[in-house]
Ligand binder design. Structure first.
Ligand SMILES: *Cc1c(COP(=O)(O)O)cnc(C)c1O
Length: 388
């Protein structure tokens, strides 16, 4: 039997050139955290994206954990989090006993907006986690100003957004803290890896202690104390130099990787937008993507039924198209750890999660493979149009 070649939703191929700095790391035997490549990566992201203080972490999840510890999140602290996002945005805060309030999403950006936030904020709200979905920024300047006025800490989960901007400023530079992911599903990757950006000076000192395992090692290295020891909350948050050396190579290439995604994204967009007369789905708003890093191409079908039929049809043709987040407010963990008392009905979130589908988009997708995806989609859409 001939094995059919599957077009995967995501594919990461390790390229030999990403070992160029790894070898140097091995040669010097400086392989733990806090060595040359942690520092080189920090300096590079600061230079590339105009960040001021950052750490390369083990993952975006560990960057979120560091943020929660730096904020000193305690039992019953009220934290606002989108329902339509990745699990650890919420689970990390639940680990500390926070009182989590989930937020609905905007049908255009598939993430929160200021009016949604305003409806749920109370006097007790301590922090707001926002997430930029698919590489597209939410109205982060307005949200930032609102949080400042209300004395609420703002965390930007920019996991998907390396190199994306809002009004010509890089995402990650708006929140008190921001987190990024370099997991293999993201635009650039070192397997597992993340970035914590520290924009709030008051939190900086605390975050350094958290990231350096609860010690005052940073102060010690700056000759501000004679010894170093346990001084506060912390854990092993930072990536090893082996990981950082691979990330350093990927960071250098981030622009070309984003540009390739842009080309692929535009091909999908041009195809789907030519189907305007076909009213069985909604395609992304191109205007929103102007400053994005083209992390995801999604379409939203008229119904869950058609969406599921599309996924099944594509699978039969050897193409893996996938849905996305199951809303956190409905997840078993969500019900267990975040008993909701607010009146939110999550109409948009429920609706979108049932109807969305993401198409293959990754750094190794060939234009030939993409043509096949487009041709099969065309067949599906046309046969559905006949039925309507
Ligand atoms: C990928 C992702 C994460 C998790 O990143 P890890 O590096 O795997 O911990 C968190 N939030 C969002 C929005 C993501 O897309």
């Amino acid at each position: 039997m001939i094995k059919k070649k599957i077009i995967k939703f995501n594919k990461y191929i390790f390229e030999k050139k990403d070992l160029r700095f790894f070898d140097q790391c091995v040669k010097t035997s400086n392989i733990s955290s806090n060595h040359l490549y942690q520092e080189k990566c920090q300096k590079l992201v600061d230079k590339l994206f105009n960040f001021k203080n950052s750490y390369i972490t083990n993952s975006c999840t560990s960057a979120l954990e560091a943020a929660a510890l730096a904020l000193d999140i305690k039992v019953n602290d009220e934290v606002l989090i989108p329902s339509y996002t990745f699990v650890t945005c919420a689970s990390i805060f639940a680990n500390f006993g926070a009182n989590i309030k989930f937020l609905d999403c905007n049908p255009d950006t598939l993430t929160v907006d200021l009016s949604i936030i305003k409806k749920s904020v109370t006097k007790k709200t301590k922090a707001l986690i926002v997430m930029h979905y698919s590489g597209v920024a939410l109205e982060i300047d307005k949200i930032k100003a609102f949080c400042k006025k209300k004395n609420i800490f703002l965390i930007e989960d920019a996991a998907q957004c390396i190199g994306a901007k809002y009004k010509n400023k890089y995402l990650g530079s708006f929140g008190d803290m921001a987190t990024f992911s370099f997991h293999e599903t993201k635009n650039i990757s070192c397997g597992e890896g993340g970035l914590l950006v520290l924009n709030n000076k008051k939190l900086l000192k605390k975050a350094k202690i958290v990231c350096l395992k609860g010690t005052n090692r940073a102060a010690f290295e700056e000759n501000k104390t004679k010894y170093y020891t346990w001084v506060g909350k912390g854990f092993s948050a930072l990536a090893s130099d082996l990981t950082c050396s691979i990330l350093y190579s990927q960071l250098i290439q981030y622009k070309e990787k984003n540009n390739l995604r842009k080309k692929l994204w535009n091909n999908y967009y041009n195809f789907f937008s030519s189907y305007k007369k076909n009213n069985i789905f909604k395609y992304p708003n191109k205007k929103n993507f102007k400053e994005s890093n083209y992390h995801i191409f999604f379409i939203i079908y008229k119904s869950k039924k058609i969406r599921d039929e599309y996924i099944k049809f594509m699978k039969q043709k050897g193409i893996s198209c996938v849905f996305h987040y199951l809303p956190l407010h409905k997840s078993p963990g969500g019900s267990k750890f975040t008993p909701q008392k607010n009146e939110e009905k999550f109409i948009v979130t429920n609706n979108v999660s049932n109807r969305i589908v993401r198409l293959p988009l990754h750094n190794h997708l060939s234009f030939k493979e993409q043509s096949k995806i487009i041709n099969k989609s065309k067949y599906f859409l046309e046969s559905h149009n006949l039925k309507l």
